[in-house]
Write a protein that binds this ligand. Structure first.
Ligand SMILES: Nc1ncnc2c1ncn2[C@@H]1O[C@H](COP(=O)(O)OP(=O)(O)OP(=O)(O)O)[C@@H](O)[C@H]1O
Length: 310
């Protein structure tokens, strides 16, 4: 659905993006993560055919951005990071205005607008003035707008930025729903944890260079190749530590009473047998869980040293 080959955009000597390679399929929800100025907007604008790259290729649903931009515009819904709404228009009027621009006419127009408002959970605001909407509601209205022409591909530039926690949860729910409809969605953010639980793939970009492109599980593996468990047992903790050290899955055990920190050997991801082992050896479990990877520090690690700009 989206494919880029060595996509590059230069402004004089500055690489806004350099050799970006993406391959996204139908139903992919791709989190495009990077700090300010990383190149996210540049990439999205090129895919939306609003900006020409300096070199490289990009295809959307098989159409080249150079040769078939009109086809691409029909298939893409692009929501920029900042957009205005017309203050003197009601929500439904705003949508109908754009539906008319897409040449959706007559009874169909009202029907499509109502359907998209419901999809973004904004039907209760249909007769409110756009100027009275909260930031989260305005973002959802913007999303409804880019859905009017039934795009296959959505390019959403920081749709979660500036939203309070509740509005984020609501927006994420809407994005998941759209992903379930089989659309290909690229959504950008500064913050990896914000997108990690929602996206099946993530790309991490910094200063124009994509340092990582894969699944969230791959991110975790990359920053922490070994699974770490936190375990607490009732009874003799030292004996429990020794028991674990004998196990072939275990690389090391650190005991800082009452916590056992158990590092598994590289590549080991299945460890249920360790809980059975402890219980059957007479160590009832008080705690047994995998240490969570701090996605914020994973992000810092993965962007460290990326991209040298000239
Ligand atoms: N028209 C332009 N002329 C010169 N440089 C530009 C232009 N547009 C973007 N850039 C530069 O290209 C780089 C990438 O910018 P881009 O807007 O793609 O980043 P971004 O990841 O979207 O950042 P943000 O999170 O702040 O929106 C930045 O260094 C920016 O200053």
């Amino acid at each position: 659905m989206i494919k880029t080959v060595d996509l590059t955009k230069k402004y004089d000597e500055l690489y806004a993006i350099q050799d970006i390679n993406l391959d996204l399929q139908a139903g992919d929800l791709f989190g495009f993560i990077g700090p300010n100025g990383a190149g996210k907007t540049t990439t999205m604008k090129i895919l939306a055919t609003l900006l020409q790259p300096s070199s490289g290729e990009a295809y959307v649903c098989g159409h080249s951005i150079y040769r078939e931009p009109k086809e691409i515009r029909r298939l893409v819904g692009y929501m920029p990071d900042f957009f205005g709404v017309y203050d003197d228009m009601k929500v439904i009027e705003y949508l109908e205005f754009f539906a008319a621009a897409y040449r959706i006419s007559g009874a169909k127009r009202r029907e499509v607008c109502n359907e998209k408002l419901a999809l973004v959970d904004l039907d209760f605001k249909r007769d409110a003035f756009a100027s009275t909407l909260s930031r989260g509601q305005t973002q959802r209205l913007g999303l409804a707008r880019v859905l009017l022409h039934e795009p296959q591909v959505l390019l959403l530039d920081e749709p979660l930025s500036g939203l309070d926690p509740r509005a984020r949860i609501e927006m994420r729910a809407v994005l998941r729903r759209l992903g379930e409809q089989g659309k290909t969605i690229m959504v950008s953010s500064h913050i990896l944890p914000e997108l990690a639980d929602m996206c099946n793939k993530v790309g991490i970009i910094d200063r124009g260079v994509m340092g990582f492109n894969g699944t969230v599980a791959d991110v975790i593996k990359k920053v922490r190749p070994r699974v770490v468990l936190h375990i607490e047992v009732a009874g003799d903790q030292q004996a429990a530590a020794n028991k674990l050290r004998e196990n072939r899955l275990v690389e090391s055990v650190d005991l800082t009473p009452p916590l056992l920190t158990v590092t598994l050997r590289e590549g080991i991801e299945e460890y249920a047998e360790l809980s059975t082992l402890l219980i059957s050896a007479g160590f009832p479990l008080k705690l047994f869980r995998e240490e969570e990877v701090n996605l914020e520090s994973a992000f810092m690690l993965l962007t460290k040293g990326l991209g040298v700009r000239t």
